[in-house]
Ligand binder design. Structure first.
Ligand code: FRU
Length: 535
């Protein structure tokens, strides 16, 4: 098939062609990072799913090897769906994944590397005693999937959870095992929540109370908080809470202030789904991968011959407030930085627009810190504005505000017929200032038939402290992955400009608020293309 490369990303993970969805079983083993993912080897739409497999030593340059797991036995003949890897004691990796059987029941299977001395772990063996967990005793076999990485309890028993639902209740059903092969369902789920619908791709892991260090999933010493995440099939968004793991009850309990439903915290307030984290024992950090789907039409995907990317690997850790996570692209990404332009200490007057020129900006990385010099003109924040996305939608990019909108126009055409905006607006409530971050692709393309949702989130920064707020955007042809407030808010969008392509893409900083804003420091780098699975 011919692949149309016009919108192909340069440094976001993807295979040379065809459909991809969820990242699966990411792991670090003997100096090599492995990423598996849901892949259709036959086309650019979902179907024929196998576990495609790539290896890397830096999570930036990738080499494709043969699919690791593909339908071949009754227990996975109708599909090899999502799952996770666990590194067993003695440094032995194992994969648990969901298979779809001849009755279209979802079952859980185990697979082992055939040859541990192959650094690429190319071949995986699926024992005939699979499935190791079947949907019995009232579990709905068409909603029972995506086993997590397992963790070892102080009682030397392994635990894992699988996503399911009971009527409209999302459930993380728990299983325990002494030998990793025989699993017994626990009487109580690890966690569940009313009204959310099916929980896909649950993830459950500890985080340190302080600092950026990651924690191994099985660690239980020291002061730890826990993160529980699910992907909601109903809304196609994910949400997470921070809480405690009550080992006496084997239950996860979200912290009091955490909103435990679809309007709770998100890793990414944009196009991001089915994410999975793993502990990188090499650099002692926790890494998060997420899938970003296309937002053009199915026919566009067929025509271009590919669909789906993974977001850049992000390190995750707990914010010192304990109320949310911080995410930041792994430091290895910076090795791709090429030509640089910078702007220092420049005032953006009300209505101001400055082009950042001198580099190719269709495959770039922009880091900027803004300083809001005065807040007197900040608009009043109406406490009924509880939905940041709606607020971004209503105000758009061009509605003049008091403080902001200020930010970036990326993938812009020279006449501004096209652009995707990433910006802040600062509001004043009786007790504090509220920072809103928006990513608005509604003008991203002159082409018709594209899905262009506006995304938004509140950024938990204290703007009054020094007036500063930072933004980082990873621009990659059809992907815009932005980090506001130093990783407090992430928003990813997919866009398909008709004109702002390649060297016709421009980058601007703007301020459409009444109050002046200063660019303290802006750096924009061209990004080099890593080895990407042979593409
Ligand atoms: C999430 C998901 C998983 C499932 C897989 C199938 O995107 O629906 O629940 O295992 O994709 O490809």
């Amino acid at each position: 098939a011919v692949v149309d490369t016009k919108y192909k990303t340069g440094y976001h993970f993807q295979p040379p062609e065809h459909w991809i969805n969820d990242p699966n079983g990411p792991m670090y083993y003997n100096g090599v990072y492995h990423l598996f993912y849901q892949y259709n080897p036959k086309g650019a739409v979902w179907g024929n799913i196998v576990w495609a497999h790539s290896v890397s030593t830096d999570m930036i340059n990738w080499r494709a090897v043969d699919p690791a797991i593909y339908p071949s036995k009754p227990f996975d003949i109708n599909g090899c769906w999502s799952g996770s890897a666990t590194i067993l004691p003695g440094n032995k990796p194992v994969i648990l994944y969901t298979g779809v059987d001849p009755q279209n029941q979802q079952v859980q299977n185990i697979a082992f590397p055939k040859n541990l001395s192959d650094p690429d772990l190319r071949e995986w063996v699926k024992p005939d005693y699979n499935p190791i967990i079947a949907p019995v005793d009232g579990i709905n076999g068409s909603a029972f999937r995506d086993p997590t990485t397992a963790w070892l309890g102080p009682d030397r028993r392994w635990r894992l959870v699988i996503g399911t639902k009971r009527r409209s209740r999302g459930v993380a059903v728990m299983y325990r095992s002494k030998d990793f092969i025989h699993w017994v369902r626990a009487k109580h789920p690890l966690h569940s929540a009313a009204g959310t619908g099916m929980w896909e791709c649950p993830d459950f892991f500890p985080v340190a109370m302080r600092g950026v260090r990651g924690v191994d999933t099985s660690e239980y010493n020291g002061e730890l908080k826990y993160v529980f995440k699910v992907s909601l099939d109903l809304t196609r968004y994910e949400y997470y809470t921070i809480g405690s793991y009550r080992r006496d009850l084997d239950k996860y309990v979200p912290d009091g202030a955490s909103v435990d439903n679809g309007s709770g915290l998100r890793y990414d307030y944009g196009n991001f789904y089915a994410s999975k984290s793993f502990f990188d024992a090499g650099k002692k950090r926790r890494i998060l991968w997420g899938w970003t789907n296309e937002s053009d039409s199915r026919q566009d995907d067929i025509d271009k011959g590919w669909a789906g990317i993974q977001t850049v690997p992000r390190a995750v850790w707990l914010d010192p407030s304990g109320k949310q996570l911080i995410q930041w692209p792994i430091e290895e990404l910076e090795r791709l930085r090429g030509r640089l332009v910078s702007v220092k200490n420049k005032v953006l007057r009300s209505g101001g627009l400055v082009e950042i020129s001198g580099i190719l900006t269709s495959q770039a990385n922009v880091v900027v810190s803004f300083e809001v010099t005065a807040l007197v003109k900040a608009e009043r924040f109406d406490p009924s504005w509880s939905d940041p996305q709606k607020l971004c939608e209503r105000k758009g990019t061009e509605a003049k505000g008091g403080v902001g909108p200020f930010g970036l126009l990326v993938l812009a055409s020279s006449g501004k017929e096209e652009y995707t905006s990433v910006f802040f607006r600062i509001f004043k409530s009786p007790t504090k200032y509220v920072a809103l971050m928006c990513q608005d692709p509604s003008r991203s393309s002159v082409r018709a038939g594209l899905y262009k949702p506006v995304y938004g989130a509140f950024v938990d920064v204290d703007i009054k402290r020094n007036g500063q707020i930072a933004l980082r955007s990873l621009i990659d042809h059809s992907a815009v992955e932005s980090f506001g407030g130093e990783g407090r808010v992430c928003i990813t969008s997919r866009v398909y400009p008709g004109m702002a392509v390649g060297s016709n893409a421009h980058l601007y900083a703007f301020n459409y608020g009444a109050e002046d804003v200063r660019i303290l420091d802006l750096k924009a780098w061209e990004m080099k293309k890593p080895l990407m699975n042979g593409a």
